[in-house]
Design a protein around this ligand. Structure first.
Ligand SMILES: [Zn+2]
Length: 416
């Protein structure tokens, strides 16, 4: 009897799932192979893959058809700079989160953040450091992969690396936990990179500059030799490298040392962006983090803009002018998880065509991750990571806030 039951389960569940076809019929499709949305197109999914996209697709016998009136279907969105173990700084300062919130609380929050991220249509995110939550990102990544909790495909950077004494929290009468692993000297940098990879890092993250004290400007921290050795060790292990750098000198060292992406670039110059382009380094401007931090400090979003916002606009304009590849990641966690699309909207509001910002957040981000053959576009053979939003985000990026359907690996995880 039990054997018979197992046979029935075996014959019905996996085979039926593999054969299940889903025809999605939105008003229009944004494939991310270019910057346009196409009225009247449909997408056919079978199992976990996209099998067809175009105007004249006929559903095979037995397929489920889902009509999505008024909606645009897009590839699953990708955020290349999140911190699932942080929550908005107007709820608790970064210092307080690191020092006062126990690891179990931070991990429980991260589980909720992962779910909110997926429900907002972000099916892949790169988490750039647990910020003091140790190796907990590896456990979260495993819990999502094993379908224990819902969340996006995660690429994690584990503890990240800072030069000894350069980061925080600081200014306490006793030693407090730090926001990243402190290390100095070529041999110790290499050892820390290898240890973090062994603990699960898919990407390696360095802080190439930081302010040594409150009110000070950022200054380059790691030497060029330390960065070169650490990045080479990561590349030897098949891991790419993200580098936090805001100063021209930090960005220059990161570029010459072989970084794959540079984060923030608040004071980036035309020369530095041209150097990055020549070396094939992508730039994540994290506009949404600067916007959020300025608002937490009292800015109302209108003129007069604080100097930090004016500097960010200059840097972003110089980056766009240089032709450097732009990656899309808001430093989500500084503001609420689930609001990840703020970065795409700001990139558009600050001058990029909406369709190009959308392409950067899908096809562009997938290419930077080295996953363009699996995610980031709607094309036959790609994984069926899809999102439908009300309206047309090519005409109005605010439509990205109106997510109605999320499909992950072919499974509907948010239904309209
Ligand atoms: Zn960050």
């Amino acid at each position: 009897m039990r054997l018979l039951l197992w046979l029935v389960v075996l014959l019905t569940t996996p085979l039926a799932a593999a054969a299940q076809s889903l025809l999605l019929v939105p008003d229009r499709v944004f494939t991310a192979t270019d910057a346009a949305s196409r009225p009247g197109w449909k997408v056919l999914v079978a199992g976990d893959r996209i099998v067809a996209v175009g105007p004249d697709i006929v559903a095979p016998a037995g397929a489920r058809t889902l009509v999505l009136p008024g909606m645009t279907l897009l590839p699953g969105l990708i955020d290349l700079h999140v911190h699932l173990f942080l929550h908005p700084y107007d709820e608790a300062s970064w210092n307080d989160q690191l020092i006062k919130e126990p690891l179990a609380l931070r991990t429980a929050r991260a589980v909720a953040h992962a779910r909110a991220t997926l429900m907002a249509g972000f099916t892949t995110v790169r988490d750039l450091g647990t910020e003091g939550a140790g190796d907990a990102d590896a456990g979260l990544e495993a819990a999502i992969a094993q379908h224990i909790v819902p969340g996006p495909r995660l690429l994690i950077a584990n503890r990240a690396l800072v030069a000894t004494g350069a980061y925080g929290p600081k200014g306490y009468a006793f030693d407090v936990p730090q926001g990243a692993e402190e290390v100095s000297g070529v041999d110790d940098v290499v050892a820390a990179v290898r240890r973090q990879i062994a603990h699960g890092a898919d990407w390696v993250k360095f802080y190439a500059d930081y302010r040594w004290g409150p009110g000070e400007p950022s200054r380059a921290t790691f030497s060029l030799e330390e960065l070169k050795a650490g990045i080479a060790a990561a590349h030897d292990a098949g891991r790419k490298v993200a580098v936090h750098a805001s100063t021209p000198e930090g960005m220059r060292r990161a570029t010459l040392a072989g970084a794959d992406t540079i984060e923030h670039g608040n004071d980036g110059t035309p020369e530095i962006f041209r150097l990055m382009r020549a070396h094939g380094v992508a730039f994540c401007p994290t506009l949404a983090a600067s916007d959020a931090i300025a608002r937490y400090a009292g800015w109302n979003g209108a003129a007069p803009e604080p100097e930090a916002i004016r500097a960010k606009r200059r840097s972003y304009a110089a980056a766009r002018e240089s032709g450097v590849a732009l990656c899309v990641g808001g430093d989500t966690g500084v503001f609420a998880h689930g609001d990840n699309a703020r970065e795409i909207a700001l990139m558009a509001v600050w001058g990029m065509a909406s369709g190009e910002a959308l392409r950067a957040a899908t096809a562009g981000n997938a290419a930077i991750l080295g996953l363009a053959d699996r995610i980031g576009t709607i094309a036959p053979g790609r994984l069926a990571d899809l999102v439908a939003v009300a309206g047309d985000p090519v005409a109005d990026p605010m439509a990205l806030g109106k997510v109605r359907l999320v499909v992950q690996n072919g499974a509907i995880v948010r239904a309209p």
